[in-house]
Design a protein around this ligand. Sequence first.
Ligand SMILES: *Cc1c(COP(=O)(O)O)cnc(C)c1O
Length: 369
Amino acid sequence: MSKTQETTLEIDLKALTHNYKHLKSRLQPKTKFLAVVKAFAYGSDASEIAKHLQHLEVDYFAVAYINEGIALRDAGITKPILVLHPVPVNFKTLIERCLEPSIYSLKILKEFIAIATKEKQQNYPIHIKFNTGLNRLGFNAKEVDAIISLLKNNTAIKATSIFSHLAASEDLNEKEFSLNQINKFKNIAKVFSEKIGYQPILHMCNTSGILNYPEAHFDMVRSGIGLYGFGNSEKENLNFKPISTLKSIISQIHTIDKGESLGYNRAFIATQTTQTATIPIGHADGIGRQYGNAVGFVYINSKKAPIVGNVCMDMIMVDVTNIDCKEGDEVIIFDAEHQTAENLANTTNSISYELLCCISQRIKRSFCR
Ligand SMILES: *Cc1c(COP(=O)(O)O)cnc(C)c1O
């Protein structure tokens, strides 16, 4: 791509296609694919990503909140959209925009039935979520009978799918725990299907589940991070291409004499004559204060430059004493070659997911098609 002139998140849609095709190659041909595009498609651009994936014929989308689903409908997404964490105050809007709720408790189920009935719905698709060990959201196995009796007494709604979520699919040390979750889900699915009298779509795996537990793909899988280019292990990362490059430029270069300080609270004191470059990206853009004081790095002309001093809201300063560079030069915060979002996130004990999602919406997006 051409040299950037401002802070930009470049999104490579060809890499997205590659990742999607790789994930598909790990599935049986009949297994459906749900693309998780919550949180602006992990901090990229939900509308553009979803449009591209809709074109590639994914079967389903998922978002966390109802507002995210509305934005996708406004962008022209017509495929089914599962809302993973809806709250009742928005149920009427959810129905108006043909979004499909994850239903995770009897309270929520009853409230949704009441609204769907009032809105004169027939067989409105809902997705029943079971807790098999994550202990976050979901019914437990003992509640199957209560769910079934509510479903059987209502024609306003229909359980299109039942699903669960793995707690540690990327961690092979937790294989026994994951297999136990899978087993629990199998048992729930069997009882549920027998009692309801038809076969809902079954799904359980996120990206690492897809990669590590082929026996648990069931009828559909849900992938987020894999689409964006990370396989959550060194080995699997090789099969994916990070879709995002975060770039900026050097706004100004300063020479700081020995004993002078730099930035807020004088967090950096020069021990020798030091050249620093100021870059227009800060904690309001998703580069948190934890990356300051030589924890995080950027790349300038392929050389590693540590962030020095405290991260400001709209700027960072980096040490370029040993780097041949000038004002206007390009700065790579993360990309596929110098350091990935995962590499940078790991400097602060964070993960790719968090760094990517935090990239502020005020940063310009550009697309490589
Ligand atoms: C976010 C999420 C996913 C996607 O997980 P990845 O690890 O990004 O593939 C799948 N299922 C549920 C329920 C989620 O909340």
